[in-house]
Design a protein around this ligand. Sequence first.
Ligand SMILES: Cc1cc2nc3c(=O)[nH]c(=O)nc-3n(C[C@H](O)[C@H](O)[C@H](O)COP(=O)(O)O)c2cc1C
Length: 161
Amino acid sequence: MATIDVIRTRRNIKDFKPDPIYRDELMSWLEAASYAPNHRLNEPWELLFIGPDTRAKLNHKADFGGAPVVLAVLSKHAPTEFERDENVIAASCFVQNFLLAAHEAGAGVRWTSLGVLPRNRQILGIPEDYDVIGVFGVGYPAEVPAAKPRTPIASKITYLS
Ligand SMILES: Cc1cc2nc3c(=O)[nH]c(=O)nc-3n(C[C@H](O)[C@H](O)[C@H](O)COP(=O)(O)O)c2cc1C
């Protein structure tokens, strides 16, 4: 697929087949994701692979759509608020790369923001100095939802003199 088609056809996947994701393949998507832009090459992202006991404790309403893999992406704080924001931005670029790499390979990802809740941070053992970008179910889609239409980009543009 051309990059532009990978971008356009990626969807947030709600339900997964039980088929496993092979570790080497998953690692290849994560490795590719690490080519995301990041200031001073500080690579602020870190990953938590969430095993069955921890997953059960999170008690997600749909159990991540039955995804065979659940992982969290974290972003490390920084000495200043500005740099902390930069790290969150870079880690979000990492996530988008990961979503696209998985999608191109025929897999899919369900993004959940439950990692921001203090209870879930505690279950995941997130240190004080990390932001949770998201907790992600990863697997092969049982169903791919239709794309939700986007606002015409021209209406988002302001031209400065
Ligand atoms: C920061 C962030 C948090 C999100 N949190 C959730 C979430 O908690 N639950 C959920 O179902 N989707 C979540 N999503 C996914 C969006 O709902 C989804 O991307 C949006 O509906 C557009 O659908 P698409 O990704 O299929 O184009 C999140 C996305 C982002 C970027």
